[in-house]
Design a protein around this ligand. Structure first.
Ligand code: FES
Length: 121
């Protein structure tokens, strides 16, 4: 039913606003994958990477439950951490997140702006 619908927007790395439609209980990262938005999610939501890093709209940030300690630890590894940083795999949609915008960072640990991944050394 419409009560279940939660519309959110992802701003992708090239600045495109992608409006997508989820429902209460959806995981924001997996929802993005369903719409081919390039959120990585290398560890499949097991809090063992930080490639699903996003910035949350200020006005919605406090509506998301506080991060677990494991999420905080992972966020510490994210390049370009900001006060409104979260891991998208830990954001579960609910009705009061209707209209939220999530912005992808310019870089994550695995993805560089030009798509070049440095060789391991
Ligand atoms: Fe790895 Fe979110 S997918 S921490």
């Amino acid at each position: 039913s419409d009560d279940e619908i939660v519309n959110i927007t992802y701003i992708t790395r090239d600045g495109t606003h992608k409006k997508i439609r989820g429902k209460v209980g959806d995981n924001a990262m997996y929802l993005a994958h369903r719409y081919d938005i390039e959120v990585e999610g290398a560890c499949e939501a097991s809090l063992a990477c930080c490639t699903c890093h996003v910035y949350v709209d200020e006005e919605y940030f406090d509506k998301i439950p506080e991060p677990k300690e494991e999420e905080e630890d992972m966020l510490d590894l994210a390049p370009v951490l900001k006060p409104n940083s979260r891991l998208s795999c830990q954001i579960i949609l609910k009705k009061d997140l209707e209209g939220m915008t999530l912005t992808l960072p310019r870089i994550t640990r695995n993805f560089y702006v030009d798509g070049h991944v440095p060789e391991p050394h």
